[in-house]
Design a protein around this ligand. Structure first.
Ligand code: NOJ
Ligand code: MG
Length: 585
């Protein structure tokens, strides 16, 4: 076996004779029982985990107010267990005025009554534990709500002890009667100036996101103490770690240099800008090390996931530190390829595979901030097939996959039709160029019954997409070829096949349409071939070179297209958009 070879070649196939042997499609696995599935335990559990993001407002409503809640999540743990999920990341459930739907936190150590009580939360953690499901919390570290008592104090007077917990600056040319201009040209990610004038104390405060989300001043040691306390609070309640929000935005240039402008304008009408002086300042890594050292006081190998849309693999790799920062920086490069391109995926997967920190990759294709993958990668005609292909990519590559609720059903983005119906403030400000993020936050589709089984209310907080009639858990559970059963099958394979669970990954060849790779652990080898084109394609590997013997054969573990197709190592015939997972024998 020459697994470490760097020069690899796909075999051109036209010369070989074609004998199409019928290959059975893999039947979906029966629902698993707790004992039937090996759940990750012990150190480095996060290497083998499948993480599932829950947007609590939209997952399951238990009390009929049209808004999802904690008891709702608890009631669906069996579904998650059956799917093979090992950890849930729940987006913020803390008390919040809800301008940014929970990302504006007014109290970090409490539960918003909208979602339930602390007892409900403790019960969720306990019930999840019974099913070997860990709970990851959202740690919103860059900013608080303007209704947080810390900020209310900070803005109350210039000499308040918490004044310096936030970023306050004088305006340019400010006088006793004139507020002057904003301290510099920094812009909010959500449009317009990042500085907000505060009349009472006659200074500007800085906010990278909404006006109602003032940035904490991480140069103040008391902020560190207070935020470390937040970590302690939740670790003591049994959580498995944190997803750290917007971490690259923590520090700003103290000299307030203007950011450089880029060509064009954004959806809000502002000049485009490069956030050069407010993103990725080196001190961010000191904070990540600090967070690591706080959570490491607790048993169970707590996990840290970072949201950081790093521009390249070098920047991403820095998030691992020397093994003393985060284990799982979300890979936005791969998430945002945004088209089916075998060469691009090959390049990016190769890059992260050989990242300088030897860190574990974290793959995702959807979350609560971006249109769903069903639409982003679909071609408008074969979206279901493509959804299965993307599931293969997410679940058979070497890394920790992070799913977003409903992606396993092929939920699609359903934007509001009218500006009056928009909830997310950026959708109001940027309409119609930017419709906001409501479209990817619609309620989970459990059943074809009224309100998709999400709520008993007649009006859920966001409308149920029309696709819920056919794309729902109830209907898809019964269909062996559904997207849901694809996810189930693939997640189970990740756990049962040593090569998929622990194996290294190597791309083969440079086919323009087919992403072909091997996973290998010891003698166990699994081959994955994904046809990203709408044409039938044929690829192959030299069995003696890659599969350990000239007589190696492939047996199908999963084939996303039911049709018969040929599958011999040197001659793998793939239908349009087909993805095949096969074991070498
Ligand atoms: C990233 C979160 O995912 C997004 O939903 C939020 O608006 C911003 N951070 C600000 O907290
Ligand atoms: Mg409710």
């Amino acid at each position: 076996m020459h697994w470490t070879k760097s020069v690899v070649a796909a075999i051109a196939t036209c010369a070989l004779s074609v004998s199409i042997g019928a290959l059975a499609q893999t039947a979906p696995l029966p629902p698993s029982t707790p004992s039937a599935q090996s759940q990750p335990t012990g150190p480095e559990w996060w290497r083998h985990a499948v993480i599932y993001e829950i947007y609590p407002r939209s997952f399951q409503d238990s009390d009929g107010d049209g808004i999802g809640d904690i008891k709702g999540v608890t009631s669906r743990l069996d579904y998650l267990h059956d799917l093979g999920i090992d950890a849930i990341w729940i987006t913020p459930m803390y008390p919040s005025p809800g301008i940014d739907y929970g990302y504006d936190i007014s109290d970090y150590t409490a539960i918003d009554p909208l979602y339930g009580s602390m007892a409900d939360f403790d019960n969720l953690v306990a019930e999840a534990k019974k099913r070997n499901i860990r709970v990851i919390m959202d740690y919103v570290i860059n900013h608080t709500s303007d209704q947080n008592k810390w900020f209310l104090e900070s803005r109350s007077s210039r000499d308040n002890p918490k004044r310096d917990w936030y970023v306050w600056r004088d305006g340019k040319g400010e006088t006793a009667t004139d507020k002057g201009e904003s301290p510099n040209n920094w812009q909010s990610w959500f449009g317009h100036s990042a500085w907000q004038w505060d009349e009472k104390t006659r200074q500007y405060y800085y906010h990278y996101f909404y006006v109602q989300q003032p940035d904490l001043n991480w140069r103040n040691p008391e902020v560190h103490k207070a935020m470390d306390g937040v970590l302690d609070f939740w670790m003591k309640r049994g959580v498995a770690g944190f997803r750290i929000d917007a971490v690259s935005r923590l520090y700003e240039d103290p000299n307030l240099h203007d950011d450089p402008y880029l060509p064009g304008h954004n959806a809000y009408g502002d000049r485009n800008i490069q956030h050069k002086y407010t993103d990725d300042l080196p001190q961010v890594h000191d904070v990540l090390k600090e967070v690591r050292s706080v959570v490491n006081k607790y048993p169970g190998d707590p996990v840290l996931v970072t949201e950081a849309d790093e521009p390249n693999v070098e920047a991403l790799a820095k998030m691992y530190g020397n093994g003393d920062e985060v284990q799982l920086p979300m890979d936005f490069q791969i998430a945002d390829v945004n088209k089916l391109s075998a060469p691009r995926f090959r390049e990016l997967f190769n890059e992260i595979e050989s990242n300088s920190a030897h860190g574990q990759p974290e793959y995702f294709f959807s979350n609560h901030d971006q249109p769903r993958q069903w639409d982003r990668y679909g071609d408008g005609e074969h979206n279901d097939q493509i959804a299965k292909l993307m599931a293969v990519l997410e679940l058979t590559t070497r890394g920790t996959p992070q799913m977003y609720y409903g992606e396993e059903l092929g939920m699609r983005t359903t934007d509001p039709a009218r500006v009056e119906d928009v909830h997310d403030p950026i959708g109001k400000l940027g309409w119609p160029k930017e419709k906001g993020r409501d479209g990817e936050r619609t309620p989970m589709q459990w059943a074809s019954s009224s309100e998709a089984g999400f709520t008993t209310a007649t009006k859920p907080w966001l409308p149920i997409p029309p696709s819920a009639i056919t794309y729902n858990v109830e209907a898809e559970s019964k269909d062996p070829n559904s997207i849901l059963n694809t996810y189930k099958t693939l997640i189970a394979l990740r756990k049962s096949e040593p090569a998929l669970r622990d194996g290294s990954q190597m791309s083969i060849g440079n086919d323009p349409d087919v992403f072909l790779y091997l996973r290998q652990s010891g003698n166990a080898i699994v081959l994955v071939a994904i046809n990203m084109s709408d044409q039938r394609r044929t690829v192959g590997v030299k069995p003696d070179e890659y599969l350990g013997s000239t007589t190696a054969r492939l047996s199908t573990l999963y084939n996303s297209i039911g049709n018969a197709s040929e599958l011999s190592p040197a001659h793998i015939v793939l239908e349009p958009f087909a993805a095949v997972v096969a074991k070498v024998q």
